[in-house]
Design a protein around this ligand. Structure first.
Ligand SMILES: N[C@H](C=O)CCC(=O)O
Length: 430
């Protein structure tokens, strides 16, 4: 019998390219029909057939408090009653700016936008305007949204579909984007030695979460900081994913390295569309209307979205919030690893705060090449076994997973029972 998911997907494909509004949702990499969700509550999602799933996607990161958190919903409802958008300054967006600059070490000034892509795109333009240089440096497998100059050897959906560099990006644009292997300190040094004076900026995910989860090796971020400072290039930490996900001060606080600019998104919108970029005052003051670098947005700082973000940021500042989140996530990783090893399946896992990576490899990858070398076939079979058992993981081997504050013992228990059976099935199949 055709399921409601299949019917909806079939209809969607006639009207929406690939049936989805963002490629990685299409299940192309894992196969099968994407799940259509109709409701979320806490750590759980319900599909159109009323099946429920423990959710480890969390809308790709924003849902750090879980779905439909009562304080966030109340803040959104109250804000909506007062008007949906004014296209003018509000006290609420000032409150958001005070909150972000107060918490993140690298932020002296900040501007709100509506998505992570807008944040990175704007930060790149600002870095170019500030330095008067054109070249930008990014790392293979890092994903910074879908702006032209950043869709070069990108991660996330682009990597999932084997097309890390998109059609439609003019070669002249891509020529200004230089890509280096993540964690390759020698390559960074060589590039700066050769052309440090031409580099406007280096943009990096300080913890790479768009080619699964890859941690920076000791010295990598420090080298970026040191070489950018020495050559007058702007160091941009893309913390769209890691901001308020790995801790209250972001990856920059965790590693004690201050970027010149930071990009944010996901958690700061609490599930509604908010992005931000900010950093050193001297650089931010180059933005219009004060400076010559133009950047704008009709819905930037939208009052309803900012209300959702503020309610979320208020909650994550509670003492012990990130300790509890990190502990839950680490226990999940430990449980999965032990279950895999009980069944003789080559598997490893790691987490930072509420963000995790699971790998069908003996140890966590440290580079794009190692991430691509993990056993994708096994991941896909594991993904479907977990989905059938009511656990929703990211439908791609190249995406990090997310735990929320709503995940507790019941959810971990459900997940680990499902994993025990999934790993047993993997062993039998091999
Ligand atoms: N990894 C991406 C964002 O961070 C996944 C979201 C998407 O592409 O739809």
């Amino acid at each position: 019998m055709t399921s409601r998911n299949e019917i909806l997907f079939e209809r969607s494909q006639r009207l929406i390219p690939g049936g989805v509004n963002s490629p990685v949702r299409a299940f192309r990499s894992v196969g099968g029909t994407p799940v259509f969700f109709k409701r979320g509550q806490g750590a759980w999602l319900w599909d159109e057939e009323d099946r429920r799933y423990v959710d480890y996607v969390g809308s790709w990161g924003p849902m750090i408090l879980g779905h439909a958190h009562p304080e966030v919903v109340a803040a959104v409802c109250a804000a909506a009653q007062e008007g949906l958008s004014f296209g003018a300054p509000t006290a609420r967006e000032l409150e958001m700016a005070e909150c972000l600059t107060g918490l993140l070490p690298g932020l002296e000034e900040v501007r709100l936008v509506s998505s992570g892509t807008e944040a990175t795109m704007s930060a790149i333009r600002l870095a170019r305007g500030f330095t008067g240089r054109a070249k930008i440096v990014k790392f293979e497998g890092c994903y910074h949204g879908h702006a032209d100059s950043l869709l070069v050897k990108a991660g996330s959906g682009a990597l999932t579909f084997g097309q890390p560099s998109s059609a439609g990006v003019p070669p002249e644009t891509a020529a200004h984007t230089l890509t280096l292997p993540y964690n390759d300190i020698d390559a960074v040094n060589r590039l700066f030695d050769q052309m440090g004076g031409e580099i406007a900026c280096v943009i990096v995910e300080p913890i790479a979460g768009n080619m699964n989860l890859i941690l920076p090796l000791p010295g990598f971020l420090e080298t970026l900081r040191e070489r950018c400072s020495a050559h007058g290039a702007v160091l941009i930490f893309d913390e769209v994913m890691t901001g308020f996900r790995v801790g209250l001060t972001g990856a920059q606080g965790l590693f004690g390295i201050q970027p010149d600019l930071t990009t944010l998104g996901k958690v700061i919108g609490g599930g509604l569309p908010v992005g931000a970029f900010g950093g050193r005052q001297e650089i931010m003051e180059q933005l219009a209307p004060n400076g010559p670098v133009y950047q704008a947005g009709t819905l930037s700082g939208n009052p309803v979205a900012v209300a959702a973000g503020l309610a979320t940021l208020n909650r994550v500042q509670e003492p012990g919030f990130y300790d509890r989140l990190a502990d839950t996530t680490a226990r999940l990783m430990q449980g999965l690893t032990e279950a895999a090893h009980r069944h003789g399946v080559g598997f490893s896992a790691q987490s930072v705060g509420g963000m995790f990576g699971i790998y069908f490899s003996a140890r966590p990858p440290a580079s794009y090449g190692e991430a691509v070398a993990c056993d994708r076939e096994r991941f896909n079979r594991f993904f479907h076994a977990m989905l059938d058992a009511g656990v929703y993981l990211a439908p791609s081997a190249f995406e990090a997973g997310f735990v929320s504050a709503a995940h507790g013992e019941a959810e971990l228990g459900h997940t680990l029972e499902a994993a025990e059976r999934a790993f047993a099935a993997l062993r039998e199949a091999s």
